[in-house]
Design a protein around this ligand. Sequence first.
Ligand code: NDP
Length: 275
Amino acid sequence: QPLDRYAVFGNPIGHSKSPLIHGLFARQVNQPLSYTAETAPIDGFNHAAKTFFETGGKGCNVTLPFKEDAYHFATCLTERAQLAGAVNTLKLLENGEIIGDNTDGEGLVQDLLQYHVPLQGARILLIGAGGAARGVIKPLLDQQPSEITLTNRTLSKAQQLAEMFAPFGPIRAVDMSEIDRGFDVIINSTSASLSGELPAISVNIFTTTTYSYDMMYGLGQTTFNQWALDNKVTAAYDGLGMLVGQAAESFMLWRGLRPSTIPVLQELRKNLEGK
Ligand code: NDP
């Protein structure tokens, strides 16, 4: 019996950790499967995905720059994918439909909850209004925070998102230069840390009871989390757990059970540090 086939599509895809993560999940739950990293030409996602499913692929993850292509490729969408405007998980259903889901936001939420970061009733500051921010707002609102304050270098983008998600819970857009008070949970969804930069925001956002979360990850502390820790926050977490969390949610969609993320996160951290 051939193994069930899964894959991740991206460009570039060489450094993807998804094959390692799903390989560890498969071993953990004792469900042998095949999971490979596949590149597609920038304008060739549809063809690659079509071929994948026509030749027996069961499901795939989709990463940059194809998340919007995957959104259009899917023949039906989950509510969270619709709201995110992007798809990171596709699954072939028995009736031939291909469902598109977005598990990034739930991956973030589950990661935060795993660290016992209180979200219910929390005052959350979300910095950034790009694709990653859009994907996490609904899952965060589902945790019933007291409010989400959304801010972005380009304020108009934050305003658009706040308007879009207002029907789902308390969210408002505020100009970065006007923010001058502490928050319970601060999530940096900008790509500023990638280039060692910080968003131009007041240091008063940090208090000794603040939890900081940077969606970026890498060796050592991210620029943002180092800044948060220098300002005495309770704890700072990077986005590696979100990566493992979104993968666990995808695995759940495909295989019907959610693997434990903690041992996989530990393994991945070792892998990242080259140990
Ligand atoms: P986008 O390109 O869609 O958005 C980038 C965001 O960062 C915008 O809000 C942009 O502001 C802001 N930004 C960029 N540079 C700066 C800067 N120097 N100062 C202030 N703001 C800045 O990217 P994504 O939303 O897709 O991804 C954002 C980050 O999240 C990336 O680092 C990505 O790796 C990470 N991510 C991590 C995931 C995980 O699983 N851990 C999952 C998804 C994303 P403006 O609108 O003004 O340009």
